[in-house]
Design a protein around this ligand. Structure first.
Ligand SMILES: [Zn+2]
Length: 94
């Protein structure tokens, strides 16, 4: 995950960091919308591309905010569900 985040930074960071963060965030949300549509119309090929786009944008946003996604992901999801403390999760409502 760390390697991929760095790769996205090397590829797009110079461009994305010049743009307003909120505009980039809106683009991320737009990609989520495109993913939603691909799933809704059951376009598997487009769905795969949109998952990739959403993930790339998420990493780019994290880069702009100086957040190491691997670090925070592992802190929150590495061993146990952060709500019920179990693995697998035993939360009653989800
Ligand atoms: Zn749980």
């Amino acid at each position: 995950m760390k390697e991929f985040q760095k790769k996205i930074d090397n590829m797009f960071g110079h461009r994305d960091k010049k743009r307003d963060f909120h505009k980039n965030f809106a683009w991320f949300v737009e990609e989520v919308g495109e993913l939603s549509k691909a799933i809704r119309i059951d376009n598997r090929e487009n769905e795969k591309e949109e998952f990739a786009d959403v993930l790339a944008w998420l990493f780019s946003l994290a880069n702009a905010r100086n957040i190491d996604l691997e670090e925070v992901f592992l802190q929150k999801y590495h061993k146990f569900c952060s709500k019920c403390g179990n693995n697998p999760c035993k939360c009653i409502k989800y």
